[in-house]
Each structure stands twice: as structure tokens, then as C-alpha cells.
Write a protein that binds this ligand. Structure first.
Ligand code: ADP
Length: 172
């Protein structure tokens, strides 16, 4: 946990205090999403979670590959952490005008409006029972990366029903 905390603080510090020049290259976004999801295979199995994918497999994006992995890894990790045993995760990728739209949905614990207002703040953790797993920096990092990529993130959530994060990124 400590090494993850230090690594997140350093990453966020760099993203906030240094000018970032995204290293853009063109790649297939659905492949990146699948690769990131595979990384969580063991955790998905451990919690007996099922995954549904609805991905536009031909969608190419010109963006900083490594920066975008931070977004997916954090959103997937939260969709697993805040899900219940045997729950579901839905991942979609669609093209909308000149944007890629990615949604990550879970049917886990959800969050209140009060929590929702603060989730992108540094060190904020809404759910005290799961606060040992994480450090409240994940979504602050996600937000910063999305700002750098000139994209947008929104969240819809209902307590006890689940949460959907929608990320919109320019294709070029
Ligand atoms: P961490 O996961 O380390 O607690 P994050 O910055 O990733 O920190 O998330 C901040 C808070 O947002 C979490 O503590 C939790 O309260 C809420 N949250 C994030 N993702 C979800 C989700 N998928 N379902 C319910 N709550 C979530």
C-alpha cells in the first residue's frame, strides 16, 4: 500500500507541477482496454465478477498510451473494489463524432450525491469500510490525465445499484 501511495503521489505531483507533453501515437483503443482489463484477471476471478464488453473494435485514437492506461486501471480497479461478490462490470467503447466514449459500469455499492461531489479530490475516500484498499488518489489522477488529454469524465451512481463512469476523449 505504501509503495502504491508513494508512486501515486509522485505521478500526481509530476502531472500537476510539470508541463506534460503528451507523447501521442495512434493505437487501437479497444485493444488497450482489453489489455488493461486482462491485468485484473485474478482479482475478477477472486471476486467471481462477470464482464460484459461492447467495444467498437476498429476505433483508433491518437493519444498518449501510457497516460490513458492510468485512467482505465483506476476505473477498473474501483469497479472491482466497490462491487459485490458475483457482481457485473460492463465496459463499452463507441465513437461519437470526433470522440471516443468509454463507459465503465458496475452494479456495486454505488455512492451518494455527497460522495459524488468529492471523488475527484485528492485523498478523498467516500467508503470508510474499503478505505484500507487504496489511498483516495486514483480519481484525482484520472481527472488530471483527462484534463491533459482534453477529454471529459462524468459519473452516474445510485446507492446499492451501482456506478457508471463515462470518459470522452478526442480521437486526435
Ligand atoms: P480509492 O479507490 O483509493 O478510495 P479513488 O480516488 O479511486 O480512491 O476514489 C475516491 C472515492 O470514490 C472512493 O473512495 C469511493 O468512495 C468512490 N468511488 C470511486 N469509484 C467508485 C465505484 N465504482 N463505486 C462506488 N464508489 C466509488
Amino acid at each position: 500500500n505504501l509503495s502504491e501511495l508513494v508512486s501515486n503521489i509522485l505521478k500526481l505531483n509530476k502531472l500537476e507541477n510539470q508541463q506534460i507533453f503528451p507523447d501521442k501515437k495512434t493505437f487501437n483503443l479497444s485493444e488497450q482496454l482489453c489489455e488493461c482489463m486482462l491485468f485484473f484477471e485474478a482479482q475478477l476471478e477472486e471476486k467471481n465478477l462477470s464482464i460484459e464488453l461492447d467495444l467498437d473494435e476498429n476505433l483508433k485514437i491518437k493519444a498518449d498510451y501510457d497516460l490513458l492506461t492510468h485512467i482505465w486501471n483506476n476505473l477498473f480497479s474501483n469497479a472491482i473494489k466497490f462491487n459485490s461478490e458475483g457482481g457485473k462490470i460492463l465496459l463499452t467503447l463507441k465513437k461519437k463524432n470526433q470522440y471516443a466514449v468509454v463507459t465503465v459500469s458496475d452494479n456495486g455499492i454505488g455512492m451518494s450525491c455527497e460522495i459524488k461531489e468529492h471523488i475527484f479530490e485528492k485523498f478523498y475516500q467516500g467508503d470508510s469500510s474499503r478505505s484500507t484498499q487504496g489511498n483516495g488518489l486514483g480519481l484525482a489522477l484520472v481527472k488530471r490525465v483527462i484534463d491533459i488529454a482534453e477529454g471529459n469524465i462524468t459519473v452516474e451512481s445510485a446507492i446499492g445499484k451501482g456506478t457508471t463512469f463515462t470518459v470522452t476523449l478526442p480521437l486526435k
